[in-house]
Design a protein around this ligand. Structure first.
Ligand code: AMP
Length: 477
């Protein structure tokens, strides 16, 4: 029994002629095509000496063969290890040392002892193989994938997601977000991150629906393909960029039944602008690499901007400690630990088995979770704690401020000083930092008021739209 393979391959069995993946300006792959391609690829992996439990690392552009390779790993019991396409060969080296994969699939070889093959070569090998494959039996606890966290600080950690975690997550999302075989998801996310891979791809495959595979995010291509889709999943930056595109109109979005956002917080003003432009309300949800999806605003019912909704079915979520309290979670979707880092079990999980997310939150009377910061973001200034998110939320409301990021920088007097970087709402009207500090002083205790406010053209963000605070700290300290 390989529950995850059964779930993702089900449509290949029952509706083999139904579309699975449309590659714009190219061809449509059916669920049957995908089942056959992944079976062939699974034979190729076995022929290359990949045994159950072995890691297969990939650093590849988005393509159907890359998706078939991912499915082949699940079917052959190998552990899929997707690597961020932004990683340099030097960064790759240390991850490969840590993960010790049997195989790396990457179009250019790198200097490393791991065996490296180009995607085309693996594809060619697969074409010589049969198009049926007996999926390797896996238990729910067996690892299916390792994802190095896209955390913006510290040494990368490989989160090990099990077959059970991924099957539970996909099943919950199909139901909670009402996916059916008629759905067409416009896929604009990278496939090396949990959002594009497990939230978007797996949910669609498990539902028997289809996706339009865009190579990367480009607002003009989104506008072109959106009329053929029913669902769009994005990060806040995608929505901000779409709103900056004049051809992104209500007519273009009228066929979309669901817009989701996550991976980073969406400003309430973006929610409002989106609704004013399209008439639609974005469904914001919250999850992590380590846990898959945790909470979601409802498909049917009130979606509250600024919150990430109640816990999804099967997910247990609690707050621990003093306000702002830490979010801890448990459930079939939550990973069991980091690759070869058993010592982290003691620090990242509680004694009674809950995962400590590192996010700080509140829960309102209706059970909706609001994320109010990251515990690791904490600034200690003159011995007092400052949570950047609190300051950012206030700065965002001040006149002329589009968005903000607050960091702690070394300070001889205070240990750390609170520093803000803001982006003007209108580039032609830059707010005066001193005036903003005066306004902030009306609302905030003196020690929380930023000692300095810098005005920048934009905030540095990673591929998932998260503000890179380490870069800001390096720049402004
Ligand atoms: P990742 O492991 O890259 O998916 O990052 C997970 C982290 O992203 C979470 O721990 C949160 O800090 C943040 N995150 C994800 N979704 C949201 C959201 N909707 N609002 C605020 N933060 C989010």
């Amino acid at each position: 029994m390989n529950l995850l393979a059964d779930l993702l391959m089900h449509a290949g069995q029952v509706t083999p002629d139904a579309p699975a993946i449309e590659v714009p300006d190219d061809r449509v792959w059916t669920h049957g095509d995908l089942a056959a391609a992944s079976a062939r690829m699974a034979h190729a992996l076995v022929g290359l000496g990949v045994a159950p439990g072995d890691r297969v690392a990939v650093q590849l552009p988005k393509s159907v063969p890359a998706i078939a390779l991912h499915l082949a790993c699940i079917r052959a019991g190998a552990v899929y290890l997707p690597l961020n396409s932004a990683y340099t060969p030097a960064e790759l080296g240390s991850l490969l040392d840590d993960a010790e994969p049997t195989l790396l699939v990457r179009d250019q070889a790198i200097e490393h002892s791991v065996r490296c093959l180009a995607m085309d070569d693996v594809w060619q090998l697969s074409l010589e193989s049969p198009e049926a494959f007996d999926d390797v039996a896996r238990d729910a606890d067996d690892p299916a994938a390792i994802l190095y966290t896209s955390g913006t600080t510290g040494r990368p950690k490989g989160a090990v997601l099990s077959h059970g975690n991924l099957a539970a997550s996909a099943t919950t999302l199909v139901t909670s977000w009402g996916f059916t075989p008629g759905d067409v998801l416009l896929h604009i996310l990278p496939l090396f991150h949990t959002h594009g891979l497990f939230v978007a791809l797996h949910t669609v495959l498990a539902s028997g629906g289809s996706l339009i595979l865009q190579a990367s995010f480009d607002p003009v291509s989104v506008v072109a393909d959106l009329p053929r889709a029913s669902v769009l999943m994005g990060v806040p930056t995608h929505y901000v960029r779409l709103l900056a595109e004049p051809t992104f109109t209500r007519a273009v979005t009228s066929g979309i039944r669901l817009f989701t956002s996550g991976s980073a917080p969406m400003l309430v003003s973006t929610h409002e602008e989106f609704t004013a432009r399209t008439g639609a309300v974005i469904l914001e949800r919250y999850g992590m690499t380590e846990t898959c999806m945790l909470t979601s605003n409802p498909l049917v019912g009130v979606r509250k901007a600024g919150t990430v909704g109640p816990p999804l079915p099967g997910v247990q979520l609690r707050l621990a400690g003093e306000s702002p309290a830490g979010i801890q979670v448990r459930g079939p979707n939550v990973f069991a630990g980091y690759w070869r880092r058993p010592e982290l079990r003691a620090t990242e999980f509680t004694d009674d088995g809950w995962f400590i997310t590192g996010d700080l939150g509140t829960i309102d009377a209706d059970g909706y979770v609001e994320i109010v910061g990251r515990s690791k973001d904490l600034i200690i200034t003159g011995g007092l704690n400052v949570y950047p998110k609190e300051i950012e939320l206030l700065l965002d409301t001040l006149p002329g401020v589009g968005e903000s990021a607050v960091i702690g920088v070394q300070d001889p007097d205070f240990g750390e000083a609170v520093v803000a970087v803001i982006v003007a709402e209108d580039p032609a009207h830059q707010p005066d930092p001193e005036h903003l500090r005066e306004l902030a002083r009306v609302h905030l205790a003196g020690f929380k008021v930023p000692k300095r406010i810098h005005v920048a053209d934009e905030l540095p963000r990673n591929a998932m739209g998260k503000v890179e605070k380490a870069r800001l700290r390096a720049e402004y300290s």
